[in-house]
Design a protein around this ligand. Structure first.
Ligand code: AMX
Length: 471
């Protein structure tokens, strides 16, 4: 796209967004008028009463409106397709993919502030968008960057807790241990013990959430350097933004890797509320467990191979293809390899999804990044070949609802290209990113006063009797 056309497209998008209604669910642009415009917490404080009213009105006027029928298939099929959660920060369309506060990934890439000279959105900008529903200005994003830096001190006992684990403990185990150790400083727990009123729950939740988001890259990079770099720590560089500083602390300073990390953290941040990690955090927090406890629980779900661990599994699988058949594997040989995996009773990692029914736009934007920055990389070419080979095979199986690649099919080869080749670590990167979406929603959970989550369960006998009566 020419410069002129892209500027025109951007200004059209800006005016379309500006014309949208003034409710939180749609995006607004803000003119900076006072110091409080630069302060995220003050912005939230202003928004909360109107959103509380909005929810109250929905409940009182439409509380009995039906949202669909629950079938037996849904109950025994992992609640697929069952609408059962309120999640404000993002919404997933099966065909279009994720929208963060109404904005698709390409739209976020166009409107969210970037680093100087960079092209990818800054994760701080996405955090602002998810929390407020407004696209932040560059000044707001840089104020938030500084705020996160000011919150990023990790107490010594956190490192000691991680160091108590054997070096070969899975990186996700070490990371989650670090998060649990951070919990010692929970503001929510302190405030609750001190008898805080319900109406103020969101305030210490906000403090914990921002502190947690700020500290996670330090804990995560400590785990990486401990396991893979003989414990040689790279100190933070506070002239850098959140994503770039994370990459720097891991030990990667190539400007393209900094851009990749900004993109990576942004696109992995949130995927509506029903996925295992987001739903877990929301459920645990509904018991008024603080953000550290809730997020640690989410990480334990993310560490499962059908969810976040898939990014590790993809790169290990791709490397096993190369080891057995070489980088220049033919299409026919690749097909055989995919069938071999399936016939051994395993899934093809990085393909399929519980909700999506088309190629994941998080995959597509990573593919575009690869086409721009590493078009000749042999593993990227293998990933491209898999895009042609795997979907027809999964379709032929006849039972796979979505044969297309998901976010995890692509991330590993990008990281590997820039030298972050330790696949077992990849889910930790996903975890750091996920904190942004999960914590944003947890703040709204408390601000909106959402109740304890407690769905009804039944036994097989109950289902059999119910079906007999219904027949
Ligand atoms: N390879 C082989 N079989 C697959 C498959 C894949 N990639 N995707 C789905 N299937 C199978 C399922 O295992 C299931 O088989 P079964 O009936 O014998 O148990 C059948 O197809 C129907 O499954 P579905 O309804 O299409 O998917 P689902 O909603 O139950 O599961 C998911 C979704 C992601 C767990 C599944 O597609 C999968 O296992 N994919 C590979 C792992 C992966 O990439 N996970 C990451 C997802 C994204 C994320 O959370 N990070």
């Amino acid at each position: 796209m020419s410069f002129f056309r892209s500027v025109t497209a951007l200004s059209k998008l800006r005016s379309r967004l500006a014309q949208q209604s003034t409710t939180l669910g749609s995006v607004r642009w803000i003119q900076i008028q006072s110091a409080s415009d630069l302060d995220l917490r003050s912005q939230l404080q202003e928004l909360i009463p109107e959103q509380q009213e909005r929810l109250k009105k929905l409940k009182s006027e439409h509380g009995k409106v039906q949202l669909g029928n629950i079938t037996l298939d849904m109950v025994i099929g992992g609640m697929r397709g069952m609408t059962g959660l309120l999640w404000e920060t993002s919404l997933l369309d099966p065909d279009e993919g994720i929208r963060f506060r109404g904005l698709s990934i390409p739209e976020c890439q166009k409107v969210l502030p970037t680093a100087n000279g960079g092209e990818e959105p800054l994760p701080e900008g996405l955090l602002w968008l998810l929390l407020t529903g407004k696209v932040p200005s560059k000044e707001q994003v840089s104020a938030l960057s500084k705020e996160l830096q000011s919150r990023s001190t990790v107490p010594d006992h956190v490192y000691k807790a991680i160091d108590a684990l054997p070096i070969n403990a899975h990186p996700m185990t070490q990371f989650t241990t670090g998060v649990m150790a951070l919990q010692v400083q929970s503001e929510f727990q302190k405030a609750y013990d001190g008898g805080i009123s319900k109406a103020k729950y969101w305030e210490p939740t906000y403090e914990d959430s921002l502190n947690l988001i700020a500290r996670l890259p330090i804990v995560a990079s400590y785990v990486y350097r401990r396991i893979y770099k003989n414990g040689q720590i790279v100190p933070a560089d506070n002239s850098l933004d959140y994503g770039a500083n994370f990459s720097h602390m891991l030990g990667f300073d190539d400007p393209k890797m900094l851009e990749l990390m900004r993109l990576y953290v942004t696109i992995h941040s949130d995927h509506e509320g029903g996925n295992v990690s987001a739903h877990t955090a929301h459920l645990v927090a509904s018991a008024l467990s603080d953000p550290y406890l809730s997020f640690a629980a989410a990480l334990n779900g993310l560490a499962g191979p059908l969810h976040g661990l898939a990014n590790q599994e993809v790169l290990l699988w791709i490397k096993s293809v190369v080891k057995e058949r070489g980088e220049n594997i033919s299409t026919e040989q690749l097909k055989d390899y995919v069938w071999k995996t399936l016939k051994s009773g395993k899934v093809v990692p990085g393909f399929g999804h519980g909700v999506l029914r088309k190629t994941d736009p998080r995959y597509t934007c990573q593919r575009e990044f690869a086409l721009k920055h590493l078009p000749d990389d042999s593993l990227f070419q293998l990933v491209s070949k898999l895009y042609e080979v795997v979907p027809p095979i999964l379709t032929e199986l006849g039972k796979v609802k979505n044969p297309w690649p998901n976010v995890d099919a692509h991330s590993g080869v990008l990281l590997n290209y820039f030298g972050l080749s330790e696949a077992r670590y990849y889910t930790v990167l996903f975890g750091v990113s996920r904190s942004i979406g999960i914590c944003s929603q947890l703040i709204w959970d408390r601000a909106l006063g959402l109740p304890l989550e407690r769905p009804k369960s039944v036994t097989m006998e109950w289902l059999e009797n119910h079906c007999k009566k219904a027949a």
